[in-house]
Design a protein around this ligand. Structure first.
Ligand SMILES: [Zn+2]
Length: 239
C-alpha cells in the first residue's frame, strides 16, 4: 500500500485509536460505582426491614388499644352488674348478676395479663424498629459517601478525548484509499495496522523470519509493508 512516509505514524495512531475505542465500547464499572450500587442495594434492604419493623410496632399498638377498649367495656359491665345487684331482690336475677360480675372480673384479669405481655412485646419491637431505623441512617450515609467518592474519582481522572473525535481527525489526515484499505484489513484480522519493532509484528506478536524482516526493511519508504503472518500493515518508522 502506498502512503507518504510522513503519514505512516498517523496510520499507526489511527489503528491505536480504533483499538482504544473498541476496548472502551463496553463501559467499565469503576470500583467506586460498584460501591454505590452495593450501598444502594443495602439501603433498599434496610428500608424494607425498617418498614416491616415499624408495621410490627403499629400492629402491637393497635392490639394494646383493643385490649384497653375491651377492658373499659368490661369494667363498665361489671359496675352495671354490681349496681343492679344492690337493688335486686329476685334470687334468679341475683344469681345471673353475680355470675356476670364474676365473668367480667375473670375476663378483666385475662386482659390485664394480655396487656402486660403486649407491653413487654412492644418494648422489644420498638427497640428492633429503632435499630432498623439507625441502620437505614447509617446506610444513607454510606450511599452519600460512595456517591461523593464517584464524583471525586471522576473529577480526578484525566479528561480523555473522545476516541471517535480522534479517529475522525486522523482519518481526515490520511488519503481515503489508505483509510479504506486499513479498515478492510482491520475487518479481516481485527488489527489493521501495527508497529513493527524490527523483529516481531505488533499485530500478531509473531517473531518474523529473517526473509520477512528483510522484505519489510527493503520496502520503499513511501509504501507500507504487510506482516507476512497476519497481513497487518506494519509501521517501521515512527520518528
Ligand atoms: Zn502480524
Amino acid at each position: 500500500m502506498k502512503l507518504d512516509h510522513t503519514l505512516h505514524k498517523t496510520l499507526l495512531q489511527l489503528a491505536n485509536a480504533v483499538r482504544t475505542q473498541d476496548a472502551n465500547a463496553v463501559p467499565k464499572t469503576t470500583p467506586e460505582q460498584e460501591a454505590v450500587e452495593k450501598a444502594v442495594a443495602e439501603l433498599s434492604r434496610n428500608r424494607d426491614a425498617a418498614s416491616a419493623a415499624q408495621m410490627a410496632v403499629d400492629d402491637m399498638e393497635n392490639e394494646i388499644l383493643r385490649i384497653q377498649s375491651d377492658e373499659r367495656k368490661l369494667r363498665r359491665r361489671k359496675k352495671d352488674s354490681q349496681d343492679a345487684l344492690g337493688a335486686e331482690t329476685d334470687e334468679d336475677r341475683r344469681r345471673d348478676l353475680n355470675h356476670d360480675v364474676y365473668t367480667a372480673k375473670s375476663r378483666i384479669a385475662d386482659l390485664m395479663s394480655e396487656l402486660q405481655e403486649a407491653h413487654n412485646e412492644i418494648h422489644a419491637l420498638r427497640n428492633n424498629r429503632d435499630l432498623a431505623q439507625s441502620r437505614v441512617k447509617d446506610t444513607e450515609r454510606k450511599v452519600e459517601e460512595a456517591r461523593a467518592a464517584v464524583e471525586q474519582a471522576q473529577s480526578a481522572a484525566p479528561t480523555v478525548e473522545d476516541p471517535a473525535v480522534v479517529i475522525a481527525r486522523l482519518e481526515e489526515q490520511l488519503p481515503a484509499d489508505v483509510v479504506a484499505e486499513f479498515q478492510a484489513q482491520r475487518l479481516e484480522n481485527g488489527v489493521g495496522a501495527a508497529l513493527f519493532n524490527g523483529r516481531s509484528c505488533g499485530g500478531c506478536a509473531m517473531v518474523l523470519p529473517a526473509s520477512g524482516i528483510s522484505e519489510i526493511r527493503n520496502t520503499p519508504k513511501d509504501e507500507v509493508p504487510q506482516c507476512p503472518e497476519c497481513g497487518s500493515y506494519l509501521i517501521t518508522d515512527i520518528s
